[in-house]
Write a protein that binds this ligand. Structure first.
Ligand code: SF4
Length: 884
């Protein structure tokens, strides 16, 4: 193993510090960094599995124009010339960059500088638009800038945590671990979420509100606080504008607890309990994340939460603040550098003074005159031909944007699609005319900013493979060839960062984003940089903002903005009576390009699913565990039904991760309408009118092979690929006749060599065959109604030479007397399944500690502790437990 490198996790916005030690053949040992303030030695299942994801399989390693490998010289010339041609013919707004919260701050800075400073258009937007643009707009309206007031220490210090649309136990597990620790000293949790998530399960109170009723609920809270005299009128008078208008607006609606509870669809007693808890707890932190932001009224939701804190003066104080938690590792870096279409750079806008300031700083020949198109509008402009060239960096919009089938149409029509990524094949890469190989996480060198404004270093563990380059360096190469060599002459990432830090400090009298203490950093300082929170006028940084109750607005006051409840943007109808909500699961990240490389992570939830309330399932004829169609006005997705009362009646839930690569029919975002918030441009992912019905396949099968297979062309089937250790499992089902099955068979067995063992039972319409090549199992193809569990067959692929025993039982799908456990993995770290945990609980383990002792589950990263707690809670109470 090499020496440990101190770096930062590339997944969620918690921004955990990690220690990474490289071994032979790109093996990587990951441990949590005890010195990093974000995680203080904690880690989650995704971070812990990073070692599984750093191989070179599937990497894009060389620049490609079409199918031709080219040199970087040729690629830079081609991209620069092509962009220049589009700009000369159609103007700068015919070009767009769509970038990502996976980029480092240095990459973001370079991309924004090229687009807004040198191409002269505002058309650069980031996929963070999909994640927290509404919070950005809410902060800007309330505080005079995109300022996150709190810090993680506030979460430790709070006596009450309110989570609004935030399944922290799954989406930000390490932050949740901090809350679990605080609960031991009495911290209480309220979860406002239509779903009974793992976080809601463990909470003191869950309010399963109706879709898109958040503003009604938070306004109801504010009205209640006023009624009971729990607001801080003195503090409001001194530090808040707009309170009288908001108070007047509240009076226009019936704000009684009974009316609010009825509109929100929650129990009145529970609502009143929440109101009381909030009123009586000065140290309250209100966390909000994608569940609040991803809405056509996301800005209003953020403002409604902020209003409750402004009315009570709970901001800028230890343990008290509204707190937006970001989804991506560097969503904040994008906000800071101008990665969003509506900001210029370093938290400056498009006003004349800021434009002139940034133009002079960059020596720009023609700075963007106005904001550019936000993500959804940008792809509309590509679709209708206004944008003729798009450069997509480190993201997968063909999967992640709403109405993603239309996004694919847009990309297919676009005359020039450039994609820079580390992965060779993504759903978006399929549309690329030019593919540029970028560095992956373990090779990158730069900085990221987490949800609490903490800047940390990502450091390279491995050298650059093939000809892959840092994103900032690729952008600089193109910028130079476009005739701006002086502006893009950085030698390394430290150079880029220093320039960015200088811009934050440049003529800065009023912007909180100020890194002036980092302007003179040497390369050694940059290498050694320890995590610190901006503003960084001094190296000590600033953990908490607004401690002096002064806000950076012209009046020095925070603005309470009037917000009114609206309900869902698209009403339900007779045809589409259900509300589709999309979101994330614990062990997958974004579009699975990395996390699906870890078979262990895939064992938690291997396939796309749709959660349905039992009554909705019954009225739709949907059966638990069966393939189910989810249809909306935009399209259709097909996933396994999970019938559960954890889902609110009238609402269904699908995860957003699956792509063409893994489950072409399971792409949730193909069904999402995504009307956008009029201010933030953030699409509504949490409510699309939908209906469900059974897929009703006539045949099903599975195929296991050493290499990944593609869905056979011409077969209209439901296809899922689930990577395993040393093999790929493919599940499929169809509604066609025997000809469809034969087409699939021919495609999957093309090129099969060696010995074939086969058994057909035409009466049972089943067929089983196994191919053995050079003594090793090469392929297995089973069709039929009653199929065996796959684990034993998958394990047989690990045998270098098949034993006689294995060979004999291949067509059975398992050997006798071999105990099989195909139940989902709950604890990814120790590989402990739900069956093992269930058995431990049944045997009397009735605490987390006892289950941990019996199975090793939940004792490492702790990401699975809420699930284990559910097993314990749902287990029948043994007689002797009551006696004890
Ligand atoms: Fe990474 Fe998990 Fe920490 Fe998020 S909580 S930064 S995914 S280790």
């Amino acid at each position: 193993m090499s020496a440990e490198v101190r770096t930062t996790c590339p997944y969620c916005g918690v921004g955990c510090g990690l220690l990474a030690a490289a071994g032979e053949q790109r093996s990587l040992k990951i441990t949590p960094d005890k010195t990093h303030p974000a995680n203080e030695g904690r880690i989650c299942s995704k971070g812990a599995a990073l070692g599984d994801t750093v191989g070179l399989e599937g990497r894009l390693l060389y620049p490609m124009i079409g199918e031709r490998r080219v040199t970087w010289d040729r690629a830079f010339d081609h991209v620069a010339r092509s962009l220049r041609r589009v700009i000369d013919r159609h103007g700068p707004d015919a070009v767009a960059f769509y970038v990502s919260g996976q980029l480092l701050t240095e990459d973001y800075y370079a991309a924004n500088k090229l687009m807004k400073g040198f191409i002269g258009s505002g058309n650069i937007d980031t996929n963070s638009r999909l994640c927290m643009a509404s919070a950005v707009a809410a902060h800007t309206q309330a505080f005079g800038g995109d300022y996150v007031p709190g810090c993680y220490e506030d979460i430790d210090l709070a006596d009450l945590i309110v989570m609004s649309g935030h399944n922290a136990a799954w989406t930000h597990p390490v932050l949740y671990r901090r809350m679990e620790a605080a609960r031991k000293r009495g911290q209480r949790h309220v979860v406002i979420d239509p779903r009974r998530t793992e976080t809601a399960d463990a909470a003191d109170l869950h309010l399963p509100l109706a879709p898109q009723m958040d503003v009604r609920l938070w306004n109801g809270l504010l009205a209640d606080l006023i009624r009971r005299g729990a607001i801080d009128r003195g503090w409001i008078a001194a530090h808040v504008a707009g309170f009288a208008e908001m108070e007047q607006t509240l009076a226009e609606d019936d704000q009684s607890a009974s009316a609010v509870a009825a509109d929100c669809g929650v129990d009145q007693n529970d609502l009143e309990r929440f109101f009381r808890m909030f009123a009586e707890t000065p140290r309250t932190v209100s966390l909000f994340s994608m569940g609040a932001n991803q809405s056509a009224q996301g800005v209003a939701k953020g403002l409604a939460i902020i209003n409750a804190h402004l009315a009570t003066g709970r901001i800028g104080k230890p343990g008290a603040c509204p707190f937006s938690i970001t989804g991506q590792p560097n969503a904040m870096g994008g906000r800071e550098t101008g990665g969003m279409a509506n900001t210029l750079a370093a938290h400056m806008g498009f006003d004349e003074i800021s434009r002139d300031r940034v133009r002079r700083f960059w020596s720009s020949p023609g700075i963007a005159p106005k904001p550019g198109l936000k993500a959804v509008d940008m792809f509309d402009a590509i679709h209708d031909g206004r944008i003729k060239a798009v450069w997509i960096m480190a993201t997968n919009p063909a999967v992640s944007l709403p109405n993603s089938t239309r996004i694919r149409e847009a990309l297919a029509k676009c005359p020039l699609v450039i994609v820079s990524d580390c992965v060779a094949e993504t759903d978006t890469m399929a549309f690329a005319h030019v593919r540029l190989p970028a560095l992956a996480w373990s090779e990158k060198d730069g900085t990221v900013t987490n949800s609490e404004r903490c800047i940390s270093r990502q450091r390279a563990v491995f050298p650059a493979p093939g000809e892959a380059r840092a994103d900032w360096s690729i952008i600089a190469g193109v910028g130079s060839r476009m005739g701006h060599a002086d502006a893009f002459s950085w030698r390394n990432s430290a150079d880029v960062f220093r320039e960015y830090a200088r811009l934050t400090a440049y003529e800065n009298n009023d912007r909180l984003l100020n890194l002036s203490s980092l302007v003179g950093m040497t390369e050694e300082d940059y290498d050694q940089f320890a995590p610190a929170q901006w503003p960084l006028r001094t190296r000590a940084g600033t953990p908490r903002l607004f401690t002096d109750s002064a806000f950076p607005t012209p009046e020095g006051r925070a603005q309470m903005v009037v917000v009114r409840p609206k309900g869902p943007a698209e009403p339900l109808s007779l045809r589409y009576p259900l509300s589709l909500n999309t979101g994330r699961i614990r062990d997958q990240w974004h579009t699975m390009t990395r996390t699906a490389l870890s078979p262990t992570l895939l064992r938690h939830i291997p396939e796309p699913f749709v959660e349905i309330h039992p009554q909705d399932a019954a009225s739709s004829g949907v059966v638990d565990g069966c393939l189910t169609c989810v249809e909306t006005a935009r399209g259709e997705a097909i996933a396994l039904a999970r019938i559960t009362d954890r889902q609110r009646r009238g609402s269904i839930f699908m995860p957003m991760h699956w792509t063409d690569t893994f489950a072409p029919s399971g792409r949730a975002n193909a069904t999402v309408s995504g009307p956008v918030d009029p201010t933030s441009g953030q699409p509504e992912f949490k409510h699309t009118p939908a209906r469900i019905y059974g897929y009703r396949e006539t045949w099903a099968g599975f195929f296991i092979s050493r290499d990944a297979a593609q869905q056979p062309k011409g077969a209209d089937i439901i296809w899922r690929r689930i990577p395993q250790a040393g093999a790929h499992l493919h599940e499929f089902a169809g509604r066609g006749d025997i000809a469809e099955r034969e087409l699939v068979t021919r495609a999957l067995l093309r090129g099969a060599a060696g010995e074939c063992i086969r058994f057909d039972d035409p009466a049972a319409r089943s067929s089983r065959q196994a191919w053995i090549d050079n003594g090793r199992l090469d392929r297995v193809l089973f069709f039929g109604q009653r199929l065996p569990q796959r684990d034993w067959l998958v394990a047989a692929f690990a045998e270098e030479t098949l034993s006689d025993d294995t060979r004999r039982f291949l067509l059975h799908g398992r050997a006798p007397n071999v105990a099989l456990d195909s139940s989902p993995i709950v604890c990814a770290c120790a590989g402990v399944s739900s069956r093992t945990i269930g058995a431990a609980v049944s045997a009397g383990a009735c605490t987390l500690e006892a289950v941990g002792e019996a199975t090793r589950a939940g004792v490492n990263c702790g990401s699975c502790r809420t699930e284990i707690a559910r097993f314990i809670a749902e287990a029948p109470v043994p007689e002797n437990r009551n006696a004890a």
